[in-house]
Ligand binder design. Structure first.
Ligand code: AVJ
Length: 362
């Protein structure tokens, strides 16, 4: 997002309410962006100059991209969202009981808020809710709707990039513990190393007694007694290769953004969308593949593509449920006893993590 948009009065165009009727339990947005995150322009110029061209997946999420993602979550092929929702619908009570009363709930990335509400509805007297997001507009909108729906809950939106170093705002009132909520398998966008760094920071942020409620996409599936539908590699791949082409549009939106925001000379249709499953890394890799040899101009620079040359747009890691300890080991967290919550067929996994010691990893 552009500089100067921070602290903009609420104006999402959707609900047409001004700053006048700001709920009393909604604190002003705090900002944790130490230095500005790399701009779209800088990321594109850097990424297209690499020998293996790539653009970070976080640039998917402008307003069009966020809408396309919402559509993805409703596709038949995209099982993660509805499966995680079904787990939370059935088990939020149990999870909340394990967290206890009076927690400070920190959420990384403010999505549509449905999952948040399932957890908030189940929690006993949470002390505050701290959504953290890189988009100030989305954040303000989501924070406001939670504040209105939960008038007794202190809502403290924090504008920051959770993938780099951040400090959460000071606690407005004491809480029993800090709980990080990170649903959706968003962790899957991090490389294995980055995921470890992220978890380590989250453990430090939580401190002693801290917990994390983490959604991940398991592959192979979580072992369950008698699955009705076995989860296959083809199912995982299909989630990123929908017949309607929404995921393709979601990826091409990077090229559309380049044209609109950077004046790039590029035809989005000259690239085809190609996801593939990489067994070695247990992840879906997404690519935009140039259909022909071509040059594209961005901000006075020219980038050359061979026919078939790709821009890597995303990694979506899957996690072997039998190797969770490897993912978590050394981060300052451990998987809590009876901390795995899955669906009937084992297609998605909500994991309850607990901080070891004071979360410093020592
Ligand atoms: C939001 C990162 C969890 O990787 O499954 C959906 C994004 N990309 N379809 C995922 C996404 C293509 C999604 N996450």
């Amino acid at each position: 997002m552009a500089d100067g948009e921070d602290f903009a009065p609420h104006s999402c165009g959707e609900c047409e309410r001004g700053p006048v009727d700001r709920p009393a339990n909604l604190l002003p947005m705090s900002r944790g962006l130490q230095q500005p995150v790399e701009s779209f322009r800088d990321a594109v110029l850097r990424g297209l100059a690499l020998p293996n061209k790539s653009i970070p997946s976080r640039f998917f999420y402008d307003s069009v991209g966020s809408m396309l993602f919402e559509r993805i979550t409703t596709l038949d092929e995209y099982y993660p969202t509805r499966t995680e929702l079904s787990i939370l619908q059935q088990r939020a009570g149990e999870i909340a009981a394990r967290l206890g009363s009076g927690v400070r709930l920190i959420e990384f990335g403010s999505g549509s808020g449905v999952k948040t509400r399932l957890l908030l509805d189940a929690l006993r007297a949470p002390s505050s809710y701290v959504p953290i997001d890189i988009s100030a507009e989305l954040l303000e909108h989501q924070a406001r709707s939670v504040a209105e729906a939960y008038p007794d809950l202190l809502v403290q939106p924090h504008h920051a990039d959770f993938s780099s170093a951040f400090r959460p705002p000071a606690e407005p009132q004491p809480s029993s513990r800090t709980v990080v909520f990170f649903p959706g398998s968003t962790l899957g966008n991090f490389t294995a190393e980055a995921a470890q760094v992220f978890l380590r920071r989250a453990a430090e942020l939580c401190g002693a007694g801290g917990r994390m409620v983490l959604g991940i996409d398991p592959f192979p599936a979580v072992p369950v007694p008698q699955p009705l539908r076995h989860k296959r590699e083809a199912d995982v791949l299909a989630a990123y290769d929908d017949v309607a082409g929404v995921t393709a549009a979601f990826n091409r939106n990077l090229l559309v953004r380049m044209r609109r925001e950077l004046g790039a000379e590029v035809d989005p249709e000259a690239f085809s969308f190609v996801p593939r499953y990489d067994a070695r890394c247990n992840r879906i890799e997404s690519y935009l593949v140039s259909q022909r040899a071509q040059h594209i101009g961005v901000d006075g620079q020219v980038f050359t593509f061979r026919a078939g040359e790709a821009i890597h747009t995303e990694n979506s890691h899957k996690y072997d449920p039998n190797r969770l300890d490897q993912l978590i080991a050394g981060t300052g967290f451990r998987v809590a006893t009876d901390g795995l919550f899955t669906d009937r067929d084992g297609w998605f996994l909500v994991v309850l993590l607990e901080v070891v010691g004071d979360g410093s990893g020592r």
